[in-house]
Design a protein around this ligand. Structure first.
Ligand SMILES: [Zn+2]
Length: 557
C-alpha cells in the first residue's frame, strides 16, 4: 500500500481560486491527504514590480486565501503554503517532485481563451512534464466567490511553454497537437493503453495502463474533452457522424513518437463515448532469452526444449503476460539464419527481419487456419502460431510438429499441468500429444518494485512461513512499495516474468500417454524436474525485485 502523498494546488489568484481551494479541501478530506498551496510569481513580473509586491505580501495573500471558508471539516486537513518565483509550470513541476506530490490540482483561466487554447498554457506545460497525475479544473466549472482584495495577475507565460506542435504530422491545429501530446505523455509513462471515459454529465476521465495497472492521468471538463475526442476521430479517419456504432481504426504516429501504431476503439457507452487506445510497439526489438527474468534452472529447461528435438513448444498464461515476447526470444535463440521461420499472428506484435510474418485479417479472408495452411507450403523449419484457439488450429499444429518441425504457440491456461487438460479438451489424443510435445512454459508478469523508493521492513513469522512452505530460506527483511515521483507514486517500475518450464521428459510423456489426470501430472512434474511459478515468485520477493503483496495477486489468477 503506497503512503498517501500530498496534493499540490497551483493558485493563481484568479476569481476561481477559492472554488479550486474548496475542491482541494474535499479531495484531501476524502483521501486523508495533505494539501500544499503553491503560488508562482512569474519572474518577469517580479523583476519589474519589487516595490509593490514582496514575497511577504504574497504569503499573506495566500494565508488569507487559504483561510477562506473551506467547508465543513476543512480544518481537519493539514496544509502548507509556498511561494516560488520563476516560470510557473517549471516551478510547479519542480515543487511537485520535491514534495513527492501524488496529485497536482491546477485551474485554467478565461472562457475566451477556451476557444483557441482549450487548456491554459501553464496547465498544458504542467500536464506535459508532471511527475504525477494532474487534475485540470477549468474555471468554467468552478464558479466560486470572487477573492476580494486580489486582482488576478496578468498571465505571464514562458514562450517556450507555448509550443507543443509536433512537426510532420498529417493532423494540424491545436486539437491535433493535443491528441499527439496525450499520446506522447502515454508513451512517456510507458503506457500500453489509454482509456478515456465519460463520468457523469460533465467530466472525462483519462487513465493509462502502466505495467499492467490502470493509473489516473487526469480528469478533464467535458468542454475540453469533446474537441479532443472529435480530433482523435478525424485523425483516425473515423466517421464522426456515426454515433451509435462501435468504431475501430488504426492511427500511425509520426517518427518523433517512434512511429508507433495506435489501435483506436470507440464504443458508445451509456454515459458517452468510451475510448480505448492500444499502443502497438511494432518497432520493438524482441528481447533475448536471458533478459526476461528466467532463473538459471528455467533457462536450462528452455535450452533443452530448443535443442532436444523438434516438436510442439507451448507458452501459456493469462492474457498480457508476455507470452509472445517469450516465443520471440526462443525464435531468436534458434536463429533465423539456420532456419526458415514463419509465423501467423493476430496481429503481428514484433516485426522481425528474416522471419516470414503473416497477420490474420478477417476482412480479407486471411483466417488463422487458412494462413497456416499457406505457410506450411513454404517449406518452414519453424512455425509460430500466435495462439491456439480451436480444434482445427491444434490439429494443424500437432500435424506440423509430427513432421519434424519446431512448432511454437501460446495458450490461455493456468499452469503446465492444466495445459494438458486444455489440449485434451481440444480433442488432442494422448498418444499424439505424448509423441509431439517438446515442452511447456507457463508464465506471468509481475511489477518490479521501484528501486528509488522501495522500503525494507523486518519479515514477520507469517511471511517466513510462506517461504518455508516452498523450501526456501526466508530473508531477514522484505521490501515494500512506497511511491515517488520517479514511479508516478505507484511504488513500482517495469515488470519481470515469472516462469515454470517443463521439458517433456520420459516420465512426463509416459504420464500423458497413460491419460494421467492433472493432479497426477503435477506430482510427476514436481518429482522429476521443476520449480513452480510460485517458487520463482518467492525468489524474486526474497531478492527485493518485487513485494509479497504483488505476488499474492497470483493466487487470484
Ligand atoms: Zn518510486
Amino acid at each position: 500500500m503506497a503512503i498517501q502523498s500530498p496534493i499540490v494546488v497551483a493558485i493563481d489568484f484568479s476569481p476561481a481560486s477559492p472554488a479550486l481551494i474548496a475542491y482541494a479541501w474535499s479531495l484531501a478530506e476524502l483521501e486523508g491527504r495533505e494539501v500544499h498551496f503553491l503560488h508562482v510569481v512569474p519572474r518577469a513580473k517580479w523583476a519589474q514590480d519589487t516595490s509593490a509586491q514582496s514575497q511577504a505580501d504574497v504569503v499573506q495573500a495566500l494565508q488569507s486565501l487559504t483561510g477562506l471558508p473551506p467547508g465543513d471539516g476543512g480544518r481537519l486537513v493539514t496544509f502548507t503554503h509556498q511561494v516560488r518565483i520563476g516560470s510557473p509550470a517549471r516551478e510547479i513541476i519542480t515543487y511537485a517532485k520535491e514534495c513527492s506530490a501524488g496529485t497536482i490540482l491546477i485551474g485554467t483561466r478565461g472562457r475566451s481563451r477556451l476557444v483557441n487554447m482549450v487548456l491554459g498554457s501553464v496547465a498544458q506545460a504542467t500536464l506535459r512534464d508532471a511527475p504525477c497525475p494532474v487534475l485540470v479544473v477549468p474555471d468554467s466549472c468552478l464558479v466560486g466567490p470572487a477573492a476580494d482584495g486580489f486582482s488576478p495577475p496578468s498571465e505571464a507565460v514562458d514562450p517556450a511553454e507555448e509550443s507543443f506542435a509536433i512537426e510532420g504530422h498529417s493532423g494540424s491545429g491545436p486539437d491535433a497537437n493535443r491528441v499527439i501530446e496525450l499520446l506522447r505523455r502515454a508513451i512517456q509513462w510507458r503506457a500500453t493503453d489509454v482509456h478515456i471515459d465519460t463520468v457523469g454529465a460533465d467530466r472525462v476521465w483519462i487513465r493509462f495502463r502502466v505495467d499492467g495497472k490502470l493509473q489516473t492521468f487526469c480528469h478533464l471538463d467535458q468542454n475540453l474533452a469533446a474537441p479532443l475526442l472529435m480530433q482523435l476521430k478525424l485523425m483516425a479517419d473515423l466517421d464522426t457522424t456515426q454515433t451509435f456504432e462501435p468504431l475501430e481504426a488504426r492511427l500511425k504516429l509520426p517518427p518523433a513518437l517512434g512511429g508507433i501504431e495506435v489501435r483506436v476503439t470507440i464504443v458508445p457507452a451509456c454515459e458517452g463515448d468510451a475510448v480505448a487506445l492500444r499502443l502497438l510497439k511494432h518497432e520493438a526489438i524482441p528481447r533475448p532469452l536471458g533478459t526476461l527474468g528466467m532463473s538459471e534452472a528455467t533457462l536450462s529447461s528452455v535450452e533443452t526444449m530448443l535443442h532436444h528435438r523438434p516438436g510442439l513448444v507451448l507458452v501459456t498464461g493469462p492474457t498480457g503476460t508476455g507470452k509472445t515476447t517469450t516465443v520471440y526470444a526462443m525464435l531468436q535463440a534458434l536463429g533465423a539464419g539456420d532456419h526458415n521461420i514463419v509465423s501467423i499472428e493476430d496481429p503481428v506484435e514484433y516485426r522481425v527481419p528474416g522471419i516470414r510474418q503473416l497477420s490474420v485479417n478477417a476482412r480479407h479472408n486471411m483466417t488463422l487456419t487458412r494462413g497456416l495452411k499457406t505457410l506450411l507450403r513454404m517449406d518452414p523449419d519453424v512455425v509460430f502460431i500466435g495462439e491456439i484457439r480451436d480444434v482445427e488450429a491444434l490439429e494443424i499444429a500437432v500435424r506440423a510438429s509430427s513432421s519434424g518441425r519446431y512448432v511454437f504457440s501460446t495458450l490461455h491456461t493456468r499452469d503446465v499441468a492444466s495445459t494438458v487438460t486444455v489440449l485434451r479438451d481440444l480433442h488432442a489424443d494422448n498418444y499424439s500429444l505424448a509423441a509431439n510435445l517438446t515442452g511447456i512454459v507457463s508464465q506471468r508478469l509481475i511489477r518490479c518494485l521501484c528501486r528509488n523508493c522501495r522500503v525494507a521492513a523486518p519479515i514477520t513469522p507469517d511471511e517466513q512461513a510462506v517461504f518455508h512452505a516452498e523450501d526456501l530460506e526466508p530473508p531477514v527483511e522484505l521490501f515494500q512499495p512506497r511511491g515517488c515521483s520517479a514511479c508516478k507514486q505507484s511504488g513500482f517500475h517495469d515488470r519481470v516474468g515469472l516462469f515454470e518450464a517443463v521439458v517433456a521428459n520420459s516420465e512426463f510423456v509416459a504420464a500423458i500417454q497413460r491419460g494421467a489426470a492433472e493432479d497426477e501430472l503435477r506430482q510427476v512434474i514436481r518429482a522429476t524436474q521443476f520449480r513452480s511459478i510460485h517458487y520463482d515468485a518467492l525468489t524474486k520477493v526474497r531478492d527485493g525485485i518485487t513485494s509479497l503483496s504483488e505476488v499474492d495477486v497470483l493466487s487470484w489468477m
